[in-house]
Design a protein around this ligand. Structure first.
Ligand code: SF4
Length: 165
Protein backbone atom coordinates (compact mmCIF):
# COMPACT_ATOMS: atom_id res chain seq x y z
CA UNK A 1 0.00 0.00 0.00
CA UNK A 2 1.33 3.41 -1.00
CA UNK A 3 1.46 5.95 1.81
CA UNK A 4 2.87 9.41 2.49
CA UNK A 5 4.24 10.72 5.77
CA UNK A 6 2.23 13.70 7.06
CA UNK A 7 2.97 14.09 10.79
CA UNK A 8 4.90 12.93 13.85
CA UNK A 9 3.64 13.30 17.41
CA UNK A 10 5.92 13.17 20.41
CA UNK A 11 3.84 11.11 22.85
CA UNK A 12 5.61 12.61 25.88
CA UNK A 13 5.22 16.28 25.00
CA UNK A 14 2.37 16.02 22.43
CA UNK A 15 4.40 18.27 20.10
CA UNK A 16 3.49 17.74 16.46
CA UNK A 17 5.83 18.00 13.46
CA UNK A 18 3.90 17.94 10.25
CA UNK A 19 3.98 18.50 6.52
CA UNK A 20 2.29 21.90 6.04
CA UNK A 21 1.74 21.21 2.35
CA UNK A 22 -0.71 18.41 3.17
CA UNK A 23 -4.38 19.34 3.46
CA UNK A 24 -7.45 17.17 3.98
CA UNK A 25 -11.19 17.68 3.90
CA UNK A 26 -13.67 14.82 3.91
CA UNK A 27 -16.16 15.59 1.16
CA UNK A 28 -19.51 15.10 2.80
CA UNK A 29 -21.64 12.30 1.39
CA UNK A 30 -18.95 11.30 -1.11
CA UNK A 31 -18.94 7.75 0.33
CA UNK A 32 -16.27 6.47 -2.06
CA UNK A 33 -14.32 4.88 0.78
CA UNK A 34 -17.55 3.10 1.81
CA UNK A 35 -17.47 1.34 -1.55
CA UNK A 36 -13.80 1.05 -2.46
CA UNK A 37 -12.32 -0.10 0.85
CA UNK A 38 -12.35 -3.51 2.48
CA UNK A 39 -12.89 -2.78 6.17
CA UNK A 40 -11.46 -5.08 8.86
CA UNK A 41 -13.67 -5.57 11.93
CA UNK A 42 -12.14 -5.88 15.40
CA UNK A 43 -14.04 -7.89 18.02
CA UNK A 44 -14.85 -4.56 19.74
CA UNK A 45 -16.34 -3.18 16.50
CA UNK A 46 -18.60 -6.24 16.16
CA UNK A 47 -19.73 -5.96 19.80
CA UNK A 48 -20.52 -2.25 19.49
CA UNK A 49 -22.55 -2.73 16.29
CA UNK A 50 -24.41 -5.70 17.80
CA UNK A 51 -25.29 -3.47 20.76
CA UNK A 52 -27.18 -1.27 18.27
CA UNK A 53 -29.48 -4.23 17.55
CA UNK A 54 -27.84 -5.74 14.44
CA UNK A 55 -26.87 -9.42 14.25
CA UNK A 56 -23.31 -10.25 13.20
CA UNK A 57 -24.50 -12.25 10.17
CA UNK A 58 -26.03 -9.04 8.77
CA UNK A 59 -22.72 -7.14 8.61
CA UNK A 60 -19.78 -9.55 9.00
CA UNK A 61 -18.42 -11.14 5.81
CA UNK A 62 -17.09 -14.46 7.09
CA UNK A 63 -15.62 -15.29 3.67
CA UNK A 64 -13.30 -12.27 3.60
CA UNK A 65 -10.40 -12.44 6.01
CA UNK A 66 -7.43 -10.26 6.88
CA UNK A 67 -4.12 -11.94 7.67
CA UNK A 68 -0.69 -10.68 8.68
CA UNK A 69 1.62 -13.37 7.33
CA UNK A 70 -0.06 -16.61 8.48
CA UNK A 71 -1.78 -14.95 11.45
CA UNK A 72 -5.54 -14.40 11.18
CA UNK A 73 -6.45 -10.83 12.12
CA UNK A 74 -10.13 -10.32 11.40
CA UNK A 75 -13.13 -10.73 9.16
CA UNK A 76 -14.34 -7.92 6.89
CA UNK A 77 -17.39 -5.67 6.91
CA UNK A 78 -20.03 -6.94 4.47
CA UNK A 79 -20.66 -5.25 1.12
CA UNK A 80 -24.07 -5.35 -0.53
CA UNK A 81 -24.34 -7.09 -3.90
CA UNK A 82 -26.20 -4.43 -5.93
CA UNK A 83 -23.57 -1.64 -5.80
CA UNK A 84 -20.63 -2.91 -3.78
CA UNK A 85 -21.34 -0.40 -1.00
CA UNK A 86 -20.99 -1.09 2.71
CA UNK A 87 -24.20 -2.59 4.14
CA UNK A 88 -24.52 0.45 6.43
CA UNK A 89 -24.24 3.06 3.67
CA UNK A 90 -27.66 4.54 2.97
CA UNK A 91 -27.99 4.35 -0.85
CA UNK A 92 -30.23 7.43 -0.98
CA UNK A 93 -28.45 9.87 1.32
CA UNK A 94 -24.96 8.28 1.08
CA UNK A 95 -24.71 8.63 4.85
CA UNK A 96 -23.46 6.00 7.25
CA UNK A 97 -26.30 4.50 9.30
CA UNK A 98 -24.02 3.72 12.25
CA UNK A 99 -21.72 6.76 11.97
CA UNK A 100 -21.28 7.26 15.74
CA UNK A 101 -20.38 3.58 16.19
CA UNK A 102 -18.55 2.98 12.91
CA UNK A 103 -15.58 0.57 13.02
CA UNK A 104 -12.18 1.96 13.97
CA UNK A 105 -10.82 1.37 10.44
CA UNK A 106 -13.52 3.72 9.05
CA UNK A 107 -12.75 6.34 11.71
CA UNK A 108 -9.05 6.32 10.93
CA UNK A 109 -9.38 6.42 7.13
CA UNK A 110 -7.41 7.75 5.23
CA UNK A 111 -4.75 7.94 7.95
CA UNK A 112 -2.39 5.31 9.29
CA UNK A 113 -0.88 5.61 12.78
CA UNK A 114 2.38 3.83 13.59
CA UNK A 115 3.95 3.95 17.06
CA UNK A 116 7.74 3.94 17.23
CA UNK A 117 8.88 4.21 20.86
CA UNK A 118 7.59 7.53 22.17
CA UNK A 119 6.78 8.81 18.68
CA UNK A 120 3.65 8.29 16.63
CA UNK A 121 4.13 8.58 12.90
CA UNK A 122 1.07 9.53 10.86
CA UNK A 123 0.75 8.65 7.18
CA UNK A 124 -1.99 9.19 4.62
CA UNK A 125 -2.91 6.50 2.12
CA UNK A 126 -2.31 7.48 -1.47
CA UNK A 127 -5.81 6.47 -2.60
CA UNK A 128 -6.67 8.17 -5.85
CA UNK A 129 -10.42 7.64 -5.31
CA UNK A 130 -10.51 9.87 -2.19
CA UNK A 131 -11.16 13.50 -3.21
CA UNK A 132 -10.46 14.70 0.35
CA UNK A 133 -6.71 14.11 0.09
CA UNK A 134 -5.00 17.39 -0.87
CA UNK A 135 -8.40 19.06 -1.14
CA UNK A 136 -7.87 22.80 -1.87
CA UNK A 137 -10.17 23.75 1.03
CA UNK A 138 -8.63 21.16 3.32
CA UNK A 139 -7.36 21.62 6.87
CA UNK A 140 -3.82 21.03 8.06
CA UNK A 141 -3.12 17.69 9.71
CA UNK A 142 -2.18 19.11 13.13
CA UNK A 143 -5.68 20.60 13.51
CA UNK A 144 -7.33 17.38 12.33
CA UNK A 145 -5.29 15.27 14.76
CA UNK A 146 -6.05 17.47 17.76
CA UNK A 147 -9.76 17.68 16.97
CA UNK A 148 -10.65 14.20 15.67
CA UNK A 149 -8.01 11.82 16.99
CA UNK A 150 -7.31 12.90 20.58
CA UNK A 151 -8.53 9.56 21.92
CA UNK A 152 -6.28 7.63 19.50
CA UNK A 153 -3.28 9.75 20.53
CA UNK A 154 -4.13 9.16 24.21
CA UNK A 155 -4.33 5.38 23.66
CA UNK A 156 -0.89 5.40 22.01
CA UNK A 157 0.49 7.68 24.75
CA UNK A 158 -0.63 5.19 27.43
CA UNK A 159 0.96 2.34 25.44
CA UNK A 160 4.25 4.27 25.27
CA UNK A 161 4.20 4.78 29.07
CA UNK A 162 3.37 1.07 29.62
CA UNK A 163 6.18 -0.05 27.25
CA UNK A 164 8.67 1.86 29.37
CA UNK A 165 7.37 0.02 32.46
S1 SF4 B 1 -13.45 8.84 0.05
FE1 SF4 B 1 -12.36 10.47 1.19
S2 SF4 B 1 -13.60 12.34 0.89
FE2 SF4 B 1 -14.90 10.58 0.32
S3 SF4 B 1 -16.04 10.07 2.23
FE3 SF4 B 1 -14.17 8.78 2.19
S4 SF4 B 1 -12.63 9.96 3.37
FE4 SF4 B 1 -14.29 11.40 2.81
Amino acid sequence: MEKRWVARINLDTLEIDYDPSFKFKCVENCGKCCRDLEVPLRDEDIEEIEALGYSAWEFVDYEKMFYRGDRFLSYALKKRPFDGGCVFLDPETMKCRIYEKRPLACRLYPFIFVKKGNLMEVYVKRDSFCPGIDHPEGESIDRILLRDYRDVIETYRRKAVKDRG
